[in-house]
Ligand binder design. Structure first.
Ligand SMILES: Nc1ncnc2c1ncn2[C@@H]1O[C@H](COP(=O)(O)OP(=O)(O)OP(=O)(O)O)[C@@H](O)[C@H]1O
Length: 294
């Protein structure tokens, strides 16, 4: 197989047809990679929290990072969206080294809905959603009619138009998540990162938030504990344990009894959800389980 030309779009590939097909798949994936980590590690007090992770996010995918408490899921996200800068290895956002991009530029590409925002926002819902405009505006620029239209459109999309003057802190957990998604819509980034978006939500809102995120038709990266929800809504799962990636594949290939036993130290049964045909996991928590090694 031979690849010529420096410009991926003009590449001329020669060789055996199977090599050519394989090369084309690899090149297409490379061209569509929006976020990439290479040999990413992050330490606290000399302890590896994230340990030599290679990670790829392709345009349009929905990927969940799953794994036990303390596995390093949130830390990985925080490195990937630029909150932690003291990592080793490299992170590329649309081909550019993350450390070389300004925060404003990152925010134009990547919106974040993270945990524990409640105490931060003593603002009305519309003010929280308006924050999505910040990366697109100058310091003292006031809102235009088109900005207000965008804000109202986003609030309408998440069904919070009637609560726009309400204090963010007084919203229910599900409504807060929806308000933060509205902020992300206004931010107009094409990658949305969500850290445990279904935390504290009842089963109806868990599905509602994930369905809403999917309707945005953007690239989604999230952390989630519920493996059945992950299987339901995600194209790919990255299973982490002790700061490392244990498996990285389609849900059906990651959610196997052997792999889950290895990571969660619980036996489980995997069959198909009768409504969606997606993998369904039932854990068997028996009295003889050994304590998990954390
Ligand atoms: N800023 C920090 N300082 C010290 N330790 C940290 C810090 N951030 C994370 N850790 C530690 O790193 C480990 C991984 O934490 P992280 O929040 O990334 O895990 P997680 O997989 O998201 O867990 P959970 O499912 O409980 O949210 C934990 O042991 C945590 O205590």
């Amino acid at each position: 197989m031979m690849l010529t030309s420096a410009k991926p779009r003009n590449l001329h590939i020669t060789g055996h047809p199977s090599f050519i097909a394989c090369a084309k798949i690899i090149l297409r994936r490379m061209a569509n990679t929006v976020l990439q980590a290479k040999q990413l590690s992050w330490q606290v007090d000399g302890k590896n929290i994230i340990n030599q992770i290679d990670f790829n996010l392709t345009k349009g995918e929905t990927v969940a990072i799953v794994g036990p408490n303390g596995a390093g899921k949130t830390s990985l996200l925080k490195c990937l969206y630029g909150e932690y800068q003291d990592f080793t290895g490299s992170i590329f956002l649309k081909g550019k080294c993350l450390k070389s991009i300004s925060t404003k530029h990152i925010a134009k590409q990547l919106a974040v809905v993270s945990q524990y925002t409640n105490s931060v926002f003593n603002l009305t819902v519309i003010d929280v959603v308006r924050m999505g405009l910040i990366p697109h505006k100058g310091l003292f620029e006031s809102d235009t009619n088109s900005d207000l239209d965008q804000i109202n459109h986003a609030l309408n999309k998440v069904d919070l138009l009637d609560k726009k003057q309400q204090s963010f802190n007084t919203l229910s957990g599900g409504e807060q998540q929806r308000a933060l998604i509205a902020r992300a819509i206004v931010q107009a980034a094409d990658i949305l990162i969500m850290d445990e978006p279904t935390n504290h939500l009842d089963i109806y809102y868990q599905h509602q938030i994930l369905k809403l995120a999917k309707t945005l038709n953007i690239t989604l990266l999230l952390t989630i504990h519920d493996l059945n929800l992950a299987a339901e809504y995600c194209d790919r799962l990255v299973l982490m344990d002790h700061g490392k990636v244990v498996a990285n594949a389609k849900p059906i290939d990651v959610l196997t009894p052997n792999t889950l036993k290895q990571v969660f130290n619980l036996d489980c049964f995997v069959d198909q959800n009768p409504f969606t045909n997606k993998p369904r996991i039932t854990f068997a928590a028996s009295a003889e389980q050994h304590e998990r090694q954390v």
